[in-house]
Design a protein around this ligand. Sequence first.
Ligand code: HEM
Length: 574
Amino acid sequence: PTTGSADADKGEIPPPLTTGDMAGLWWTNIQQTYGSKPSVDGAPRVEGDPSDLLGDQPFFIALAKYFAQYGSVFKLAFGPKVFFVVSDPAMTRFILRDNPTYYDKGVLAEILEPIMGKGLIPADFETWKKRRRVIAPGFHMKWLDRMTRLFGECTDELLQELDRVASRGVVSSTGSVKQQLGSKAQATQSNVIDMETAFCSCSLDIIGKAVFNYEFGSVTNESPIIKAVYRCLREAEHRSTFLFPYWKIEFLNWVIPRQRKFRRDMKIISDQLDELIQLAVDSRDESDLSALESRDYDVIKDPSMLRFLVDLRGEQATCSQLRDDLITLLTAGHETTAALLTWALCEIARNPHVLSKLREEIDTILPDRKMPTMSDVKALQYTRRVLAETLRMYPQPPVLIRRALKDHTIPAGTSKMDLKLLRGNDLFISLYTLHRHPDLWENPNRFDPDRWTREFTNPAVKDWKGYKPNPNEASLYPNEINSDYAFMPFGAGPRKCVGDQFAMLEATVCLAMTLREFDFEHVYDEVGMTTGATIHTQNGLMMRVTRRRDRSAPDARLASDATTSSSSSASVPT
Ligand code: HEM
């Protein structure tokens, strides 16, 4: 697993920005953007339309529109607020890999701090460094191996739910799937299901068990804690569309009903986590790292990340730090993977040739009801290419956010100009446009999983080595290294996603098991995208689900399970 490099230790860390710094910068921005002061940054200026932030069109699509007009670097101004937008591999490499300490998470940290506290994503540098060193080793191979089994078990619950929908023609009467369906586009047929919601429930169940050994059971249930988690995620998204962070004014948090509700929801989640943390601390079994890594995860009762963090010798994190760590892992690891699965299925259902290649591979490597193992996942190479291609076209999140902590210049990449930044300038790395950049990709808007088997270079692009497939494909997904920073769905450098392997294993298992059993057909031609922390569908991924038609006999176990309760994972073959 990615451990985050110690490169972030290099160099002096500039002090965090003060309110005074930011106020001064706003004034400079106004003068440089609308007034008489010359613009020193060197980027073409775009006056943003407020509907870019609040309109029907997702924000990253607005950025793609400006990219088509102004190229891979531009300055987007909304009144005094200015964002530099970059979609350039060489500049991205400079920012994320070579000089990570020049930046913090800026707006993103402001939005997420009330939810994640000092968790890895919004944390200040010192806290991040300490916690990353503890959390990253928790994603060790033996744990990932055990998690692969968990992915299979949770997917099995989803398959049983799908079987009910397919066979009885109704959505389970207690299921959260049904409740959430009501709020989305109405199903027109009884075997229609919103697969976005279904994948969300499945990935929530997985992350709950993996991170703190908590059974959400959200594929078949709707508990107050699940509702609170979803509402908090929606609140984070709501905040990300507001230029003015009104929730920072304490008084307003008591007056505005949605903010009062947010506080209540956070309390529900925190209380639950505190209880789980206390239980883990009370049963602490302190061990050093190598002993933890060689635990027998096949028999261990609680294989969660929380157990690891509490048991690790020499680690005495406070309850509040552990809570922040857990909630960060929960939030970061849940909707991202669900969105990956949603868009993968959306594209597969539109591309029958992709489906038949997938089926050929899945039927060979995972015959019958075989529960996938880690080595099966490695062998599912085409499936993994499909997922990589999905992440290229639908990166989650579509935009990375940084704020410059010091005045500096980013050397010109494919664009022709250096970018001069002032301390406090906000920066967006638009993964969505980078991943569809016409100079970096052949037919960038075509869903083509086989592109990952072909080398691609473009001598016309300055300072970019191109994409080279990894000769040992089983060990590595296409990534930022072999694409020279043109493809970075998990970010890059020391702040790269800590759960990248976890996510790809999870998505591979879930996709392969689902397609092995069921056929899906789009109900609507248009799916539509909306902005969130991840790319959501506009009205759900409404799919007609049927048991696989090209199978000679319906799967015996599924047929019998359809008449029994769905709760037990003990029946799952391992
Ligand atoms: C960071 C993507 C799944 C935990 C990131 C970043 C990206 C990303 C792009 C870098 C953000 C930045 O530089 O600003 C994804 C995608 C996923 C996924 C596409 C699924 C398909 C997960 C999972 C977990 C996780 C499953 C945990 C179980 C984190 C954490 C960070 C992070 C903690 C912050 C790392 C740090 O700053 O040290 N993720 N992620 N992610 N991700 Fe993921």
